[in-house]
Design a protein around this ligand. Structure first.
Ligand SMILES: [Zn+2]
Length: 859
């Protein structure tokens, strides 16, 4: 869709920029910057006005010239709500190529968007300041006036004028460095044609690693002084994944160098600026010998994800924000491919089941949205950065890849990238390329997954006539109302893989389910049927009881880990949706006591935690005993220290189980042991496995008093790695004493926690049964302060914590607050949080009593 002048959020199209020569001079101490730019524009019809984006900038002059000596000065009017600037010339600018020159000033803000300031302390406690940028989705307009929409691609030639003691990094290599009036002037090479949201500049006291060469491009990691020793792991996966993608995509890396920078204040996880990728420190820097498997996996994921974007997003960009999934779903999918190739022993595609499961929670709401969804205002563009775009998108791509075959899929991707390089593309363009490679039409299969919300529940039963019956309907947690009955008749084209086993044979079948139901003949002596073999399908499965029983008998070794994961995960979703009694589920969990798969246990432990939250306090002890019973045998076998031959996943499982035993299982012996081991690790760090240490911290916080709180707060402040800092920070939200949690809440607005972290701490206390009511009162009382202090995406994620306020009275109060304050979090975000809360309250009402009876019946 092309914008018209009447569209409040799309710029008129008769003036097209092709090049920005940009000069910026930041003053870090004064927190301001001065800028000058000349933009080469093509005018395709005479115009007296030029409209472009700018916000919170003071534009002091605007003139337009051509190469025949014509020059006009404009009057400048800023329209703050529209984030635009309107330049009006004395007469119409004729058709042709022109140079628009603008001078402006701005503030280096503290909201971690646009051109912003980040402050950090060094090892001796001295404060330092740096400046960085974050432009996606619509904040380049805060740093320089521009056509700030993804399909206005242009070349950017940046010059930074900085303090000679500092260093600066931008998208491309430095081509000249000189002194000018006591300042250092750095000129960067021209970028390729790219979108404004990918421009970046970082200025500060920075240190870089020795580069590794990937093809012709030097690759380095950057950080603030004193942290370079934490860069090796990140550099390894960065180099590996960049090479991997050059091969997979069949195209060389499109930049002239690649810098990856750790920024002390950073709102999201990372940002794929071409050639200058920025990260929060926890997503890039790590001491690999002191980190857990999960912490290392996260860094590998994020680094590979951003590198994947250099092609998918940077080289080929979605035309508009409705198609954000083309960037993000693909980068998420590609991140798995690269990490799986780097460390096959991590079984990355199995762990991806957990991401798929998170997407299925949101997509199980009536208020879910299609992956591709209309966007107009910047707020709605921001709301697109969610689990549906990333994880559901990646899941359906994986499903399609497995259906078409990995080689055909890859060939389609190569075709798409070659055809649209340096340009923009839409979903239909991807379908055309994949269809060309697959020699079959892709839209019929895929449109239901991309352009419609939700996903199917496939029910499986065995008829007396030796026929297996499958039926599909949309899965939702709450019943379908009359209003949304249309959703009840929604159908998907589901590529189904299933395994039919008899005593002597395992038979793998593939079918494309297109209608409401499907039948197939199976042998008379069928022993088990497993639907969603391999686990790639984005749907849930519900078996009739006798088929479920037969599958449970195969646990653990007769089913693949991802199949066991899906069995537990789908069953748990059925419980929350009221399709399976909680007692039946709890009985079922005993079948998994001999399981040693980290992901299977993750879903089991999450469900125990969810049940513990809704438990009547009087029943908690009995439930805790049940949890100890389920976990106990695995802990007894694995112990507290690694055994020879334990792989990374088993080490992580040990940590996860110990944490659960000491928290949701409230095991006092485990708490005492954790305390002793922790004390030992303070004397000798090598005494405790890195995967176990965070579990000890979590257990001790759960059982901890004021002395422990103060100890952990001090350790948070003195932490020497980003992971250690994060670990002790999060521990401060896990205490059970109201007084201590109140102290944690106070730190979220008094500057003791960084604003990149503070909203997540509030969210954590909202989800903590011991502190949730107090946290909610705190949010209501301090909303305006939080709105002023926190980055916008942080504030949005904080609000998700209301899902923890699962009582009818709190639910009413939450709804009233958001209604009265007229709070809009963009897109459907708030509606989704409120529906999740509704589900939690309904579940508590329904399951609470059933659980009560179950636990009372002498367990
Ligand atoms: Zn991304």
């Amino acid at each position: 869709m092309r914008g018209t002048e009447a569209d409040a959020f799309r710029l008129p199209r008769h003036i097209l920029p092709s090049r920005y020569d940009l000069r910026l001079e930041p003053d870090l101490n004064a927190a301001t910057f001065a800028g000058h730019e000349t933009i080469t524009v093509a005018v395709s019809r005479p115009a007296r006005e030029i409209i472009l984006n700018a916000v919170e900038l003071d534009i002091t002059s605007a003139t337009i010239d051509n190469n025949r000596g014509l020059s006009h000065r404009a009057t400048i009017v800023l329209d703050k709500p529209a984030e635009r600037c309107r330049l009006t010339f004395p007469s119409a600018i004729p058709i042709g190529t022109w140079t628009l020159s603008l001078s402006f000033r701005g503030t280096l803000n503290d909201k971690l968007r646009g051109f912003y300031r980040s402050a950090y302390k060094d090892a001796t406690g001295g404060t330092h300041v740096m400046a960085a940028t974050q432009f996606e989705a619509t904040d380049a307009r805060r740093a320089f006036p521009c056509w700030d929409e993804p399909d206005y691609k242009a070349v950017f030639a940046t010059t930074l004028v900085i303090d000679p003691a500092l260093t600066a990094v931008s998208n491309t290599s430095i081509i000249s460095e000189r002194r000018e009036g006591g300042k250092k002037v750095l000129q960067f090479a021209d970028t390729m044609m790219m979108s404004t949201y990918l421009v970046a500049f970082i200025v500060g006291e920075l240190e870089a690693t020795v580069p590794t060469m990937v093809g012709k491009a030097p690759l380095r990691l950057w950080c603030v002084p004193g942290k370079k020793h934490l860069a090796r792991f990140g550099q390894d996966i960065a180099s590996f994944s960049l090479k991997f993608f050059e091969t997979y995509y069949g195209l060389a890396y499109p930049g002239d160098k690649l810098d990856l920078l750790a920024i002390p204040d950073f709102a999201s996880g990372a940002m794929e600026n071409l050639g200058a990728i920025t990260f929060r420190e926890t997503a890039l820097l790590v001491d690999e010998h002191a980190a857990t498997h999960a912490e290392l996996e996260r860094i590998a994921d994020v680094v590979a994800h951003e590198n994947a974007h250099m092609w998918f997003g940077d080289l080929v960009t979605m035309s508009w924000w409705n198609g954000l999934w083309l960037n993000e779903a693909f980068a998420t999918f590609a991140e798995m491919l690269a990490v799986d190739a780097w460390k096959p022993e991590w079984k990355r595609w199995d762990t991806f089941g957990a991401s798929r499961a998170v997407a299925m929670i949101v997509d199980g709401l009536h208020s879910s949205r299609p992956i591709e969804y209309p966007v107009r205002a910047p707020k709605d563009a921001d709301a697109m950065f969610d689990t549906l775009t990333y994880e559901k998108g990646a899941s359906v791509l994986r499903m399609l890849e497995q259906y078409l075959g990995p080689t055909i899929f890859r060939d389609g991707i190569r075709d798409y990238l070659k055809r649209h390089a340096y340009g923009n593309a839409d979903t239909k363009d991807l379908w055309v390329s994949l269809g060309r490679a697959a020699k079959q039409p892709v839209p019929t299969l895929m449109n239901g997954w991309i352009f419609k919300p939700g996903y199917p529940l496939v029910t499986v039963s065995l008829g007396k006539n030796g026929r297996l019956r499958l039926a599909q309907q949309r899965f939702t947690y709450l019943p379908t109302s009359k209003r949304s009955r249309a959703a009840g008749s929604q159908r998907w084209q589901i590529p189904i893989q299933l395994r039919v086993a008899t005593a002597t044979k395992r038979d793998l079948r593939r079918v494309l389910m297109t209608g409401a139901g499907l039948q197939m003949k199976v042998p008379a002596r069928v022993e088990s049927v497993l639907v969603n073999e391999g686990g790639h399908g984005f749907y849930r499965v519900r078996y009739e009881p006798k088929l479920l029983d037969r599958l449970l008998r195969l646990v653990p070794d007769g089913l693949a880990p991802i199949e066991r994961f899906n069995l537990v995960n789908d069953s748990w979703a059925s419980v929350v949706a009221g399709l399976m009694p909680p007692a039946e589920y709890l009985n079922m969990t005993s079948a998994f006591m001999a399981d040693r798969d980290k992901n299977v246990w993750a879903v089991l432990l999450d469900s125990f935690l969810a049940l513990h939250r809704i438990m009547e306090p009087a029943r908690r002890e009995v439930f805790e005993a049940l949890v100890r019973g389920r976990i106990g045998p695995a802990v007894a076998e694995l112990g507290w220290a690694p055994r020879t031959g334990d792989d990374d996943l088993l080490k992580q499982l040990r940590g996860d189980l110990l944490r659960a035993l000491g928290t949701v299982g409230n095991d006092q012996a485990a708490q005492a042991k954790a305390s002793a081991l922790y004390a030992e690790s303070r004397k000798n760090p090598a005494a405790v496995d890195p995967n176990v240490l965070p579990a000890l911290v979590a257990v001790l916080a759960h059982a901890g008093d004021r002395t422990r709180y103060e100890e952990f707060f001090a350790r948070f402040r003195a932490a020497t790695t980003p992971q250690e800092e994060r670990r002790y920070l999060y521990a401060l939200g896990a205490f059970q004493s109201a007084e201590l949690l109140a102290r944690t809440l106070a730190k979220t607005i008094n500057g003791e926690f960084r604003t990149q972290d503070a909203p997540f701490m509030v969210r954590m206390v909202l989800m903590n049964v011991a502190g949730r009511e107090m946290a909610w009162e705190f949010v209501k009382a301090n909303w305006d302060t939080m709105d002023r202090l926190y980055p916008k995406q942080g504030l949005r994620r904080m609000c998700e914590g209301v899902v923890g306020l699962a009582t009818p009275a709190l639910e009413r109060d939450v709804q009233k607050f958001f209604r009265e304050r007229k709070i809009d979090l963009g897109g459907k975000t708030l509606t989704q949080y409120l529906e999740e809360l509704r589900i939690a309250v309904a579940f508590r009402e329904r399951a609470g009593k059933a659980l009560d009876r179950y636990l009372h019946a002498g367990r």
